[in-house]
Design a protein around this ligand. Structure first.
Ligand code: SF4
Length: 99
């Protein structure tokens, strides 16, 4: 469940919807001086937040991707890339004064 909230990470203020896992992740980034990489390297394993510091619930086991699902995802990425290319083409389309 996400709630609207305002929070600070390394002195920078953020506003938006935030979930419990995202809040833990944000806290860990703040605890690590704003350096995301340092969160992964955190060696304080006795911290209650340590298992959740990546922003994911470790108790949820992810199913391995099937070949069919991999193909679906690849198709979705292709569609997304095509739509981005179209938008970029529209943005860069020259405008002439006589039009
Ligand atoms: S797990 Fe605990 S000690 Fe490590 S970065 Fe997060 S809050 Fe800080």
């Amino acid at each position: 469940m996400a709630v609207q909230h305002t929070w600070k990470v390394a002195g920078k203020e953020f506003t938006g919807k935030i979930t419990v896992l995202k809040a833990i992740r944000q806290h860990c980034i703040d605890c690590s001086g704003g350096y995301r990489r340092e969160v992964n390297r955190c060696h304080i394993t006795t911290c209650a937040l340590h298992p959740f510091r990546s922003g994911k619930d470790p108790s949820i086991k992810r199913k391995p991707l099937t070949e069919e699902r991999k193909k679906e995802l690849a198709d979705q990425i292709k569609k997304l890339n095509k739509s981005k290319t179209k938008k970029l083409a529209l943005v860069h389309e020259p405008k002439y004064a006589h039009e």
